[in-house]
Design a protein around this ligand. Structure first.
Ligand SMILES: [Zn+2]
Length: 608
């Protein structure tokens, strides 16, 4: 818009402006950011995902793409929204430590970020904007664009955390129509248009796609097609026609829950590592995401918007099949009535650490956990200490990585003891310790992975990425498995680790501002999406943060200069038992792109 206004002003300053000698100002461009949650780069082919493969073939193929670590949804949603890594946004994981608990029913020292009602509370606690950065959608809205964010609860809302009033950016997600769940109000003319198009004005639930099964019962066998048909129809039958009618430039973020939700919950592979997340249910979910993208492109064409609209396609992270096996974990030797005998229970990291430190375990709302066959910290999160009021460590259970906070009197001593204990566990892949608590042998500093910035939420003390490996196929990235701290079963799906199967997200772009048919070998990542879109639209985003992404100039038709890049390997000092964390990363335009990290032999895709 800014570019458009400046151009108009320049034209009107010319003598005889407005006569036949001046060309009309070019139509302003629009941007759609399409996110396929949990889509691995290499799983996309013309067979598995024709619309996604077509964008990659006809537009820009970002083949050297990167999720932000930790490879969870909300840290990447925040990066896609703002162009900043977790050190600036404070979105350090899907589950983060918040210190003082919120009021019931949120009375916990940890908070799940994938929740509109929780986003409201986090905004209220952290300066009105938990992310502390101006997102692309907010900048567009403030500049008079039409803006909307549609899709999965949590990451959709994170695209503009100020969009809670129904007046600026339109937010359509799982909570739409349910104000008690934090659903944002929707403008009346949008509700009327939904009803006019024969659409329910309340979001449907996931139906059969919801239930993950149990240790003795397979999970789902259907993709999230019904719920996403509603999101698709709201976007194609209501929002895009409304944007067209408004005649202003627009930004739309469309967040497809598939393939993520289906890959997590699928019932194709109960207690076995193969086919894991490559069974028919997961493939149907990948196809579902692709079909949603095709519907958006078909609508752009039908409305005559295709020549002026750029589409950036990304995935928040890759994906892995879950392994729940360990030879070293004391927790795995226990007996639990809902865990396959010998497998790791959810909460194994907290259980093993409490034992190693000789301390008690509490659930995050304060109840002491005395381990039995029915009682254990199955959600992963727990407080470790002599009593709840004096925590030594807080574990935020997240999946393929766990995040530890050390709120006690001697955090440096606790960090050293915890790292020493974790180097003895076979499930430990990579270890990172906050710079002010180290150096600690066996671990690298968290500043190396984008965690030092202007975040408003408490900074994690330790990241533990769990072990990952190939289950055996021609392209290991497409059949990665990882240990995960989760209630899901071996053979279902998870992400969050520092293996390349989780960091290698799908990325591509197409439209008037992008080169056509380019294979881009330069490292790119999710923090680059918003800066690139902002450049195209003439918007200013971000804030004071230092952990920012770059404009992908090499992919833009108007610029196109190649960007120099190089690869690096960094190693920690060895722990007493020889454990070393190795980090593979690339550098372009002063930015770090993190490929993989871990002990040699314990991380898929790591070059030692
Ligand atoms: Zn995700």
């Amino acid at each position: 818009m800014l570019k458009f206004l400046l151009l108009s002003a320049a034209l009107s300053a010319l003598p005889f402006a407005g006569t036949a000698m001046a060309d009309p100002a070019p139509a302003p461009h629009n941007v759609i950011i399409f996110v396929a949650d949990g889509l691995r780069s290499h799983i996309v082919t013309p067979d598995t995902a024709p619309a996604l493969a077509a964008v990659r073939r006809d537009g820009v193929n970002f083949e050297n793409s990167h999720s932000v670590y930790p490879t969870f949804t909300t840290p990447n949603a925040a990066a896609i929204a703002t162009g900043h890594r977790p050190g600036d946004t404070g979105d350090f994981g899907n589950v983060i430590f918040v210190g003082q608990p919120f009021e019931p029913p949120y009375a916990s020292v940890v908070a799940g970020v994938e929740d509109d009602a929780m986003l409201d509370r986090l905004n209220a606690r952290y300066g009105g904007d938990v992310l502390n950065e101006t997102s692309l959608l907010r900048a567009a809205s403030l500049s008079g664009f039409s803006t909307a964010t549609v899709g999965k609860l949590g990451p959709a809302g994170l695209q503009d955390v100020s969009a809670r009033d129904g007046k600026s950016t339109i937010l359509i997600d799982d909570a739409t129509g349910y104000p008690s769940d934090g659903g944002a109000p929707v403008p009346k003319d949008v509700l009327d248009a939904m009803a006019g198009a024969g659409l329910d004005v309340k979001a449907p639930d996931r139906g059969l796609n919801t239930y993950p099964g149990a240790y003795n019962m397979p999970g789902v066998r259907v993709a999230n097609t019904d719920q996403q048909a509603w999101f698709r129809d709201v976007a194609t039958k209501v929002l895009l026609p409304r944007f067209k009618a408004a005649g202003k430039p627009f930004v739309l973020v469309y967040w497809s829950r598939d393939p993520d939700g289906t890959q997590h919950n699928q019932g194709d592979s109960l207690n076995t590592l193969t086919p894991g997340i490559n069974g028919p249910t997961s493939l149907a979910a990948i196809r579902n995401a692709s079909d949603n993208l095709q519907a958006l492109r078909d609508t752009l064409k039908a409305l005559g918007l295709d020549a002026t609209t750029d589409i950036l396609v990304t995935a928040d992270h890759g994906f892995s099949t879950i392994s729940r096996q360990s030879e070293t974990s004391a927790a795995a030797k226990g007996v639990y009535r809902d865990v396959q005998p010998g497998f790791l229970p959810g909460g194994f990291l907290a259980m093993d650490l409490a034992k190693a430190l000789g301390l008690k375990l509490f659930d995050p709302s304060g109840y002491e956990i005395e381990i039995s066959d029915a009682v254990y910290p199955r959600q992963g999160s727990a407080v470790i200490g002599p009593d709840f009021a004096h925590p030594v460590a807080v574990v935020a259970g997240n999946g393929g990585s766990d995040i530890l906070y050390l709120p006690g009197a001697d955090p440096a001593g606790a960090a050293r003891r915890i790292v020493e204990a974790l180097t003895r566990e076979d499930y430990t892949g990579a270890l990172f310790v906050r710079d002010d608590l180290g150096p600690v042998p066996g671990a690298l500093p968290t500043s190396r992975i984008g965690m030092s910035g202007t975040a408003r939420t408490p900074a994690p003390a330790i990241y533990v990425s769990f072990r990952s490996f190939s289950t055996g196929c021609a392209d290991p990235e497409t059949c990665g498995a990882e240990v995960a701290d989760t209630t899901l079963q071996q053979g279902q799906g998870m992400h969050g680790s520092f293996g390349r199967q989780d960091t290698h997200n799908f990325m591509a772009a197409i439209g008037p501002d992008f080169k056509a048919g380019l294979t881009d070998e330069t490292p790119v990542g999710n923090a680059d999406v918003a800066p690139t879109a902002a450049q195209i639209l003439g918007l200013k985003i971000g804030g004071a943060g230092r952990e920012s992404g770059r404009v992908l100039t090499e992919a833009l038709a108007a610029d196109g200069r190649p960007v120099a890049h190089e690869s690096h390997v960094e190693r920690s000092a060895p722990a007493a038992n020889g454990f070393v964390t190795v980090l593979n990363w690339q550098e372009a335009d002063g930015r770090a792109y993190l490929d993989a990290a871990g002990a040699p032999g314990r991380t898929l895709g790591l070059k030692p």
